[in-house]
Design a protein around this ligand. Sequence first.
Ligand code: HDD
Length: 713
Amino acid sequence: MKDPKKTNEKLDQLESHSTSNDQEMLTTNQGLKINNNQDSLKAGDRGATLLEDFILREKITHFDHERIPERVVHARGSGAHGVFKLTKSLAEYTKAKFLTEVGKETPVFVRFSTVAGNRGSTDLARDVRGFAVKFYTEEGNYDLVANNIPVFFIQDAIKFPDLVHAVKPEPHNEIPQAQSAHDTFWDFISLMPESMHMIMWLMSDRAIPRSFSRMEGFGVHSFKFINEEGKVHFVKFHFKPKLGVHSVAWDEAQRISGVDPDFHKRDLWESIENGMFPEWDFGVQLIPEEDEDKFDFDLLDPTKIVPEEEVPVQLVGTLTLNKNPENFFAETEQIAFHPGHIVPGIDFSNDPLLQGRLFSYTDTQLIRLGGPNFHEIPINRSIKTVHNNQRDGYMRQQIAKGKVSYEPNSIGGGCPFQAMMSEGGFTSHQERVSGTKVRQRSESFVDHYSQAKLFYNSQSEPEKMHLQNALIFELSKVTMPEIRERMVGQLAFIDRALAFKVAENLGVEVKELEFPNQSLPADSNHVDLQSEEREAHTKISGALSMQNTIKDTIKGRKIGFIMANGADAGAINDLKTKLEAENAVVEIIGPSMAPVKTNDGSSLIPKHSLTSTASVCFDALFIAAGEDSTKELLTPLHKHRVLNFINEAYKHCKAIYFGEGTEPLYTNSNVGLKQHEDPAIVTWDDAAGADKFIKAIAEHRVWHLELERNAQN
Ligand code: HDD
């Protein structure tokens, strides 16, 4: 565990805006001390309230105006402060200062989010996760407004409102919340072949992460790096979690949504409070400008990845989240990201999705945060002082001195003056462009299936099965058979076996699709989106399967210790010490919240009871040793609950360790019915039990035994 780094330049700046009520008296917003905050001012103690009561009026008025519009997408979010540390200089490729000086630390604020649900929706929705990073650099704010999926649904920003309208709750009845499993979403998707690659990711378990700290982040678009000499490289940005990429099962996600809908928010908060700071390697894929056309896809197409086998990811820095916000609204809610916040050395590509985003983000803050001065809200302020001639507007904070607010001027000595490039003045990359003004899509954007195939073919068998089941779940909720049919027609271009399996479950047939499938006027310049059968250059990419990510740590894993009176204190302490030495979190689950008396007479205070939590909230279970404890757990009052706990953990392929004397629990549960070797089930007779348990937890799950384990349910 590390010590939280208490200060950096951004946190110091925020501190100057912070207040504490500690030892202070209650006041009005005008600083007047309040003597009675319990009663309004009335004409007699049973009489009407007086309009004169300015204290009541102020309090109620402020309350009435407490809400601001939630984000139109990415409304539900969780954020944290942290630091970005550069470990390898990128000076050869970019002049951005925070990417050139090895060892340099840049303060950051990161906001994770779901996309479709409203602010109060569950963390566990099947959805893309936002991964937005604001770097407070010495050259101004740089925002990397990323997602946990490296591609996007659409190729052109003009389709974004259509996409969002399709996925959001249907307009006539506002159903369903935070779900893509409904008619309008799949209607749109089935008519948009360009979304197929993204759909493969969205239907995979990547869309139901175990935690924010166990998911990747991707800048999606190709951006540009420009070095001191003006040389250009295309760049793709990556964040790779040090804990590996891991997800929960869909069945689990649905259960967690009920038991703890703040599961991801809580995990992030508690990890940071416990000093187990979430960390990511920051990496880049670099492509010299002259190699732009060397791929079998267009680098400007946001529905494509650059396979890591073709361009390796170079790891150049570490992102660490080490401090929770002081105030959710002031920081996490009011932070305003924008892909257009860049610094010298970084520039945009002509990706039409990115180009449209460059308009949207400022525009949305104007309505969400109420005016043009949102950059002055403390969390949005650059650590570099702002100097320009912009003035006034709602809620202006800055007091600009002097009578000059224009440029050029002589009265103010010409200040503030323009910076030369050598002084860090930003200039856009001078790209040569020529063309006819057209409302058209490039033919190089027309291949929609080969990377969808690449993703599907790169998945392990259990991952493929989960993806297939997700499609069956989602499309079974679609009420209109013609949409289901059109969708399996799309899947047939990706994998015929997948399409047939899904179709069989939906009660529809796989028919060949006829294109064009969009209702466009005959004279439209829109290229027919039918993609001829193509194969991607890379056939399988190991980096696309979560199965291949880091499995050598149990840091931050939550282990439930189930126990009742008489549990073996020695065995509990031994295992707890071993797990905590590896930075796992041990939480005691008792039959109730009453202290558990162990066999040495000491008491352990449960954090949960069998009724207040569920096995879906834990990564692994230890059924604490002790015959008396087992007996109590098997009394009619608790038996059903404890067996349900064990059976669910078993079904979800988790590690379970049965201590000495727990055999009756083992045999009464579904684990006792198992007829196969299972490395994640550890029993009392295993001499190296603790080590085996730790290894199994690090593996995350035995997904490959899912069918066998579920056969017993
Ligand atoms: Fe966006 C928010 C990521 C396409 C318009 N977007 C938003 C957030 C993330 C992304 C992480 C939440 C930021 C936060 O936490 O405050 N968006 C993406 C990615 C995209 C993408 C990775 C494609 C590669 N977005 C996209 C398009 C448009 C928008 C094409 C519009 C043309 N996005 C917005 C927005 C939001 C937003 C409406 C809502 C709240 C906000 O901006 O501040 O402007």
